[in-house]
Write a new protein. Structure first.
Length: 602
């Protein structure tokens, strides 16, 4: 097939030259041929190799699916997005444990910050624990250890830090971003309706600081995640949580020698000294004079080929629901209600698919889209088992689409719950009037223009929206009560828009088991009674590079080269992300099942 594509593209090249295609189009063709040829070559794993794991990589749920322009830009620049999918990581580590050619793992810190959530990191850490049971060693090195990297690195047999670096152990924080004064200054009016005293998603529009209720729930959530960090890293380093907490409260950031004294690292070393130590394990690499190695991204192709060799006729479908839930098809990084519902419907009607694992990593969003997805999830679960695996966050709308599954898995640090509803209504009357813009409406009914943004809504109009919010909130309570077999009064107590950690959600009955994606896959196989006769298929299917290339053979523009992001730019990008969340709010009724805008953990 690859050879066929190469010859086809070569023919197209001649044709496009004849037709006068742009130089950009020709360049795309040449790059596509070279990329496809590279894919034809299987990775070579030499004996006594070390698997290198870049700690700065961001681990996503779904496999990366860049658009064609991104792929071309990366190919020209010689770089690739620093992301890797969770299953690629897990499969690679598990395969490396069995591969006699792999003698160890090197967890190597990078220059960029890791943004992977703790729920995902916990699953990777458990894979590293399984690797250690094979008797093979894990080495970890970084210049400046941050908590996320150290959460993984603490599993290593040897942990090293650069002499100029240090180790951050200072606790977790969540810094909210509030727009109320800015919106007032720019003359943008905001009216909100909500149910649930903890439903703080509307607070950034109305207030300049957290409400006491939101502060309470955020403190409890951070406390649960921090407890997981203390217990897990402390166990690996033979320290009690109390000892680790004392270190965090005493200094926060430890100098290299102090980190050794506190038993958090084993040695202070430069990168070349770590290379020399790994050479003892692997021998010299004649090509680079380094140790024999293969990076995880490359090795994942070896692990993937092993999994593809499974010949089971039955399929377990993993469906990724990652991002904001929006009405319609949705775009990149979003969960389109219609698109995901169709995917579930197709799998429900596919006789080869015996079970579905719905991997949810979403703060929620459109109530309408969430309901469309949930309906298909219910119908699918009647036809075959649907198991939900919650990632870093599965709250509000993310919980709505999960609740009717046969079984729900969450990690202890998963952010879930947030059973609440809000409505958000913007108007630009003040800013428009200040700039000479006015409106004059003609209507045939009292509420004919109630959806306008040219004025605030009247008390009667707000009452209508509030009635809708109340109705959907009551539906939410009923759905959770029915699906989770809980008294509705009990659900009302734990709802109120409050977020819970996975461990709290388990005790409250909102989830069934603590565990990750692999646990959910095994549960799906057991419920479908498949034994060992099954294989994994992931959805939605990423289009191949060749397919995407055909759509955009010419006219591609090249991004400027990426540079390190300074703190001010980073904060502005964060603001841009928050505003993107605003743009994604496209529910036709302006009613949302969503987390607070910013619940990032630092």
């Amino acid at each position: 097939m690859r050879d066929f594509l190469k010859h086809t593209l070569a023919t197209l090249l001649a044709l496009f030259i004849f037709l006068g295609v742009s130089i950009g189009g020709i360049l795309l063709l040449f790059i596509s041929i070279s990329i496809m040829a590279a894919r034809d070559t299987a990775p070579t794993v030499r004996d006594k190799s070390v698997l290198v794991f870049d700690l700065s990589q961001t681990i996503t749920d779904a496999p990366a699916s860049s658009n064609t322009r991104d792929v071309i830009n990366d190919a020209i620049a010689g770089s690739r997005p620093n992301t890797v999918s969770l299953r690629s990581v897990l499969n690679s580590i598990d395969e490396a444990a069995k591969d006699n050619r792999i003698v160890g793992i090197y967890l190597n810190g990078g220059n960029s910050a890791n943004t992977t959530g703790y729920a995902t990191l916990r699953e990777v850490r458990r894979a590293l624990e399984r690797f250690k049971t094979s008797g093979k060693k894990i080495f970890a090195y970084d210049v400046d250890w941050q908590e996320r990297e150290y959460y993984l690195g603490s599993i290593a047999d040897t942990i090293a830090v650069n002499p100029i670096g240090g180790l951050e152990v200072n606790g977790l924080s969540s810094e909210g971003l509030f727009f109320a004064k800015a919106l007032q200054r720019f003359g943008i009016g905001v009216q909100v309706t909500r149910v649930g005293k903890f439903k703080s998603a509307v607070e950034p529009f109305l207030q300049n600081r957290r409400s006491p209720a939101d502060r309470e729930q955020t403190r409890k959530l951070l406390g649960d995640i921090w407890t997981e960090f203390l217990n897990t890293t402390g166990k690996s380093r033979n320290l009690t949580p109390k000892q680790l907490q004392a270190i965090a409260d005493r200094s926060g950031v430890l100098e290299p020698q102090e980190a050794i004294k506190q038993k958090l690292v084993d040695r202070v070393a430069y990168a070349d000294e770590m290379t020399a130590e790994l050479k003892k394990l692997t021998g010299d690499d004649d090509n680079t004079k380094s140790f024999q190695q293969i990076n995880l991204r490359t090795y994942s192709r070896v692990a993937e080929s092993k999994s593809e060799s499974k010949t089971g006729r039955n399929q377990i479908a993993i469906v990724y629901a990652e991002g904001e839930i929006v009405n319609g098809q949705g775009g990149s990084g979003q969960i389109g209600g219609d698109r995901l519902a169709k995917q579930l419907r197709d799998l429900r009607l596919d006789d080869d698919v015996k079970a579905v694992v719905l991997r949810v990593n979403s703060p929620g969003g459109s109530a309408t889209a969430s309901e469309i997805i949930q309906r298909e999830a219910i119908l699918t679960n009647k036809a075959k088992p649907v198991i939900v695996s919650m990632g870093n966050v599965a709250a509000s709308g993310g919980y709505w689409i999960s609740t009717y599954a046969s079984q729900i898995f969450a990690e202890p640090t998963t952010i879930t719950g947030s059973i609440g509803v809000f409505g958000r209504i913007l108007n630009v009357q003040q800013v428009a009037n200040q700039n000479g813009v006015t409106w004059d409406v003609v209507k045939t009914g009292r509420f004919a223009d109630s959806r306008t943004i040219s004025r605030p809504r009247t008390p009667q109009e707000l009452e209508i929206v509030q009635d809708s919010v109340n109705r959907i909130y009551n539906q939410f309570l009923t759905k959770v009560s029915d699906s989770r077999k809980l008294e509705k009064s009990k659900v009302a107590e734990i709802a109120q828009g409050r977020v819970w950690s996975g461990v709290q959600a388990k005790s409250l009955g909102l989830v069934d088991q603590l565990g990750g994606l692999e646990d959910a896959i095994r549960a799906a196989a057991e419920r479908a009674k498949l034994g060992d006769d099954w294989q994994i298929e992931e959805y939605p299917k990423a289009r191949s590079f060749e397919e995407r290339l055909i759509e955009t053979l010419s006219g591609a523009s090249l991004d400027q080269s990426k540079t390190a992001i300074d703190p001010i730019t980073s904060e502005m990008k964060r603001l841009q992300t928050e505003l993107e969340s605003l743009k994604s709010m496209n529910d036709p009724h302006d009613v949302y099942l969503r987390l607070p805008f910013d619940l990032s953990v630092r």
